[in-house]
Design a protein. Sequence first.
Length: 126
Amino acid sequence: MMLTGATKDRQGAVDAFQNGKVDVFLISLKAGGTGLNLTRADTVIHYEPWWNPAAQAQATDRAYRIGQSNPVFVHNLIVAGSVEERMLRLQEKKRQLADSIFSRTGPGGHLSEEDLDDLFAPISDE
């Protein structure tokens, strides 16, 4: 079963998976972004990362809902040397920068000169 932006009966696809009529449910990241409750899921596989790690985390969270009784395993498939690998590095840099900003004490936190350079620097293939 697949759920994409072109799926006509979105709820029907979700119900088929939740009721055990299909074992595998392929969902595009954008189509799965809102309103899904997939407590039957026990495995989430991300085939390509999204530039925004929060969007990808939200997609993973669709399997972690009230009523989930299974352990859920999450896998990220990344091909070495690919655009996806660079996207993953961008996600990590973004996460580290956000963590450094929000973990500071005091109103508004504090950005160092290095943080600002990193924020406005062009993306590299380090």
